[in-house]
Design a protein around this ligand. Structure first.
Ligand SMILES: Cc1ncc(C[n+]2csc(CCOP(=O)(O)OP(=O)(O)O)c2C)c(N)n1
Length: 323
């Protein structure tokens, strides 16, 4: 059961992430953010639903498409924007760029562009939590291509054997860069089906429905705290923009997927969908929805501008934190 207040919180958090990603993608086109950037527009419901079920003490890791996860776990738009501009005030001191985000205070430990690395790091954190007999949980957010990495299966086996409190969250958006699942996996194969063979409980859900994601995450997180062991969630969703960069594929005349396919998924936008739910159920008025959007956009524009005005890191610190 989700209360009206919780529904509103889920909506506002998706809206914050959506507006941040949209504004950053626009700004990216000016070519002042010199970091390869994988935007997560369209995939907001998964991180928001999952992170709403976690505590600050739980930790999260992510892959190259990491902005949504960093923000949903509690990261700030200002420090994300500063990181993309390479500024000293960025969440990684301006040294990491889009694929190396961190915010230890909110429990977002790291993102990494090496596929499956986040799975291994989360499994390691879960091992330490198990050794400390703590009830903390480690979460790994990643895409469907990770199910084609050997390290993923090593982690599944180890986590299942040692009953580690690690939640594997696969955002299955159907593509690895420009390759659809249909040319990467045999017909009829399913990722959650393969994971289940490791004796790991799995869920296969609509990743564009924030309420379904949240309720599923609440249930599995509760299960994991009572009886430690890994759980795998496969969440079906869709990325709107090109694999890396701020444009739609059709704007660049790419043909690996059609404009119609993208538009069909955009019609199932998780933010709009939850807004409609709030209206239908009398949890919010149309006027409130538009006020929230205006306020959110404004505060994000302010954050981005403030980040842009910040200083670069000092040249003298170039070799600091290099190991
Ligand atoms: C170990 C490794 N192999 C290959 C790559 C190159 N690569 C970067 S992103 C990507 C596809 C990722 O697809 P997916 O995991 O489904 O996430 P999505 O981009 O769809 O969110 C690949 C193959 C990499 N970064 N790491």
């Amino acid at each position: 059961m989700i209360t009206p207040e919780q529904h509103i919180r889920l909506y506002k958090e998706m809206l914050r992430i959506r507006c941040a990603e949209a504004a950053l993608a626009e700004r990216y086109k000016q070519q002042e953010m010199r970091t390869p950037t994988h935007f997560g527009l369209g995939q907001e419901a998964v991180p928001v639903g999952v992170c709403a079920a976690l505590t600050k003490e739980d930790v999260a890791y992510s892959h190259h498409r990491s902005h949504n996860h960093y923000l949903a776990k509690g990261g700030s738009v200002y420090r994300l924007a500063a990181e993309l501009f390479g500024r000293k005030t960025g969440c990684s001191g301006g040294r990491g760029g889009s694929v190396h985000l961190t915010d230890r205070e909110s429990g977002f430990i790291a993102s990494s562009a090496i596929l499956a690395e986040c799975v291994a790091m989360a499994t390691g954190s879960a091992l330490s939590f198990a050794m400390d007999a703590s009830d903390r949980i480690a979460v790994a957010f990643f895409g469907d291509a990770v199910a084609e990495e050997g390290a993923f299966y090593e982690c599944l086996g180890y986590a299942a054997l040692k009953k580690l409190p690690v939640l594997f969250v696969c955002e299955n958006n159907g593509y690895a860069t420009e390759s659809p699942l249909s040319i990467r996996q045999p017909e009829g194969a399913s990722i959650h089906g393969r994971v289940a063979s490791f004796q790991i409980p799995t869920r296969n859900i609509d990743g564009n429905d924030v309420a379904e994601v949240y309720l599923t995450a609440l249930e599995v997180v509760d299960e994991m705290r009572r009886k430690p062991g890994p759980v795998f969630m496969e969440c079906r969703t869709y990325r709107w923009l090109e694999h890396v960069g701020p444009f739609f594929d059709h704007e660049l005349k790419r043909t690996y997927r059609t404009k119609e396919e993208v538009e069909e998924w955009m019609a199932h936008c998780p933010v709009k969908r939850h807004g409609a739910y709030l209206l239908e159920n009398g949890h919010a008025t149309g006027e409130q929805l538009s006020t929230w959007e205006t306020e959110t956009r404004k505060s994000i524009e302010d954050d981005i501008e403030r980040a842009y005005q910040d200083p670069w890191p000092d040249v003298q610190t170039l070799m600091d934190k290099v190991y």
